[in-house]
Design a protein around this ligand. Structure first.
Ligand code: ADP
Ligand code: GLC
Length: 488
């Protein structure tokens, strides 16, 4: 099969969250199964051309928008065998950030930037004669491709046969913009109706994508069920329900080439389930790095997260000082995002020296250190489409403490105090009280039932969420998308 990915992020070039991990990893696994895959993404100015051996590839490339033509250049790089194409446009991608400026203000022209990226991705397929069987698009940024294939390219020799799969990584971000962008985007006003793009007078990219895509999926089975309800569908549940069995959940894989304590070159020492001595070294180094009391027998709870409401860290903020007052436990926190939460977590070490360490910012290195050195990893998410960090934690023998939602519920098995079975600690109520008591449950297990801890660590490290399984499910979804497209 020929598969064209068009996406806003891709590891290792540009990342704000798990979307980039998925777009970086899935194509490699599809390629290994014998499929031809290309990835198209923006050439953001922060992507270092030398570091990633980017080469000029094509251009100037003209891209027709609804009411004008844009011009760009295309660079390319090889991502372990997968060709990645970077759309260079000074006008749109030569900026400080991916989606917003340094003050977290979204760029006002985001609908144009990503509408343009999407059209450029399709144009590139035409220019290089890459005839996709499936165009795989991700989140609102590139969801419009599903519509373009049907309203612009239905008769095109290169794109006319292409089916589309839309993957929703997070339904809270839908891409809602003023209606006047319709002309530039070339979506045709006949599509500006409530059953397609129109949403309370605005254009909703994701909604239109859901309606037009040949198949739609999200990144875990539980989140697929949850988004079909008013509580977690963020207004789109009726449209997802209309898609019936053409809306499914496929759990993300975990990239064990990057996240495996036996081979991880970033962490201070390597270890395996049979020999955890390296984990003790990682713990000691983590305590040093985060200014924590150097004690091997105090459990550490780790956090690595975007600091946004979704992640529920305001619940932890409400109870963390009570936790360190009442329990013998330490925290190592890494995150960035919301300014209020940044200030709060950033100032905690000054008040609780030795017990709470934090680093406000983005650091892949520290993310690995926390996964390896902590005993527990907490994710109190209000919702979580899949979540990757709990999967990394399991592999590092760092037991997850999670709210039972979305992919967290699908990947973590509840601790059974009678038998010692399970891989983590789950709670249900989205409250600070539930966070407090569940951390307490984990900490008491650490001190009072060490044999259960050992058993859970073993079970956790043996979990296998490898990409091979997810990639096989994606191929089935592609086949269904193709079937759906040609059935009509
Ligand atoms: P989301 O995509 O919603 O942020 P995921 O759990 O799917 O959640 O993916 C988050 C990814 O981003 C993980 O790879 C995680 O390690 C990484 N990450 C998040 N915040 C940071 C940070 N401050 N520093 C380093 N890595 C981070
Ligand atoms: C989103 C979700 C996260 C998921 C990631 C990759 O950012 O918030 O749960 O793991 O996408 O699919």
């Amino acid at each position: 099969m020929n598969i064209a990915f068009i996406a806003a992020e891709c590891v290792p070039y540009a990342k704000t969250g798990g979307l980039a991990d998925v777009v970086g990893a899935l194509p490699k696994h599809l390629q290994a199964m014998g499929h031809q895959v290309i990835v198209v993404m923006p050439r953001y100015s922060m992507i270092n051309g030398d570091r990633y051996s980017l080469r000029w590839f094509h251009g100037p490339m003209g891209v027709w928008m609804g009411d004008t033509q844009e011009w760009c250049a295309v660079h390319t790089a090889d991502n372990e065998g997968v060709p990645v194409y970077f759309i260079e446009s000074q006008k749109y991608f030569d900026r400080w950030g991916l989606y917003h400026d340094a003050n977290f203000n979204d760029y006002a022209d985001n609908p144009r930037r990503f509408g343009f990226l999407t059209r450029a991705g399709l144009q590139l397929c035409k220019d290089i004669g890459f005839q996709p069987d499936v165009v795989h698009v991700h989140d609102w940024h590139t969801a419009l491709a599903s519509a373009y294939l049907k309203i612009w390219h239905w008769n095109d020799p290169v794109l006319g046969n292409a089916a589309s799969l839309l993957t929703i990584h997070n339904i809270a971000y839908q891409g809602k913009y003023p209606a006047h962008h319709m002309d530039y985007l070339g979506l045709q006003w006949g599509n500006f109706t409530p059953d397609k793009f129109e949403d309370h007078g605005a254009i909703n990219f994701l909604k239109g994508g859901i309606v037009y895509a040949d198949m739609v999926n999200t990144v875990s089975p539980t989140y697929a069920r949850e988004t079909r309800t008013p509580e977690l569908g963020y207004g789109l549940a009726p449209y997802l329900n209309d898609r019936g069995e053409n809306y499914i959940g496929i759990l993300n894989g975990c990239d064990y080439a990057q996240w495996n304590p036996e081979t991880d070159a970033i962490i201070p020492a390597r270890y395996s389930a049979d020999d955890l001595s390296g984990k003790a070294i990682c713990k000691r180094e983590l305590q040093k790095r985060f200014g924590l009391e150097l004690a091997p027998d105090i459990p550490i709870v780790g956090v690595v997260s975007r600091l946004v409401e979704q992640k529920g860290l305001h619940l932890l903020a409400q109870c963390i000082e009570g936790i360190v007052r009442d329990m013998r436990v330490q925290f190592a926190i890494l995150g960035s995002g919301d300014k209020g939460l940044e200030a709060f977590f950033g100032e905690l070490p000054a008040r609780h020296g030795g017990r709470i360490g934090s680093y406000i910012g983005y650091s892949d290195e520290l993310a690995h250190w926390i996964e390896a050195g902590a005993d527990f990893f907490i994710m109190p998410s209000l919702f979580e489409p899949c979540g990757l960090n709990q999967m990394y934690s399991l592999r590092y023998g760092t037991l997850p403490i999670v709210r039972a939602t979305g992919g967290l519920d699908d990947t973590v098995r509840q601790y059974d105090e009678a038998t010692g079975d399970g891989t983590g600690f789950k709670f249900y109520e989205p409250s600070a009280r539930a966070v407090y008591y569940t951390v307490g449950w984990a900490v008491s297990t650490y001190y009072d039932r060490p044999q259960h801890m050992q058993r859970m660590i073993r079970a956790a490290m043996a979990q296998d969420f490898s990409w091979e399984r997810s990639a096989t499910e994606y191929v089935k979804a592609y086949e269904r998308a193709i079937w759906n497209k040609h059935r009509l």
